[in-house]
Write a protein that binds this ligand. Sequence first.
Ligand code: ADP
Length: 189
Amino acid sequence: MRIVLLGAPGSGKGTQAALLTRQLGLPHISTGVLLRAAVSAGTDLGKKAKAVMDRGDLVSDDIMLGLIEERLGQSDVQGGFVLDGYPRNIAQAEALDALLKRLGQPVEEALQIDVDEEQVIARISGRAAAEGRVDDNEAVVRNRMKVYAEQTAPVIAFYARKGVLTRILGEGSIEEVFQRINSVLRSRA
Ligand code: ADP
């Protein structure tokens, strides 16, 4: 199954993606993880991306498309994937759509994890303390929320138009949210 997870920073999409990939035996493709790996490895791409990420802005569409094309070209994605953090704007959604069309592997499910903004800010402050991510301080989080509202939220409508979008209520425990996702996927089988 080819799944895209959508949701604001702190919505829990990374956590749900990890649970889902373990259960389905699919690769978890997280652009945040790929970018942070490039930053720690000190590659050219990592050097270009770091300052942008630290501000909470979006890394350029060109860089992201190169990264995602390379990842989707690897053999482990043949049986499907869970994409987490991409697409993050309409240009990326269109580029992904064209790429997957070329591969004959369109997105089958877009799951939008929907949480209230106040909850998200509270969660992210907790994560900042636990993981020490530079982009989790309050000013940067506010910018990431703004970028989400302006650029990423329209991607929800993009997948709704394609008839593959389902909204998942992101409130409650991790297990509760995961159960909601599972019941949606079960109803498709
Ligand atoms: P979160 O889900 O908490 O927003 P991520 O780990 O997915 O965090 O992403 C962290 C940062 O990496 C983003 O704020 C952004 O700078 C960069 N990034 C990740 N995915 C993309 C993307 N598809 N396009 C542009 N930038 C991205």
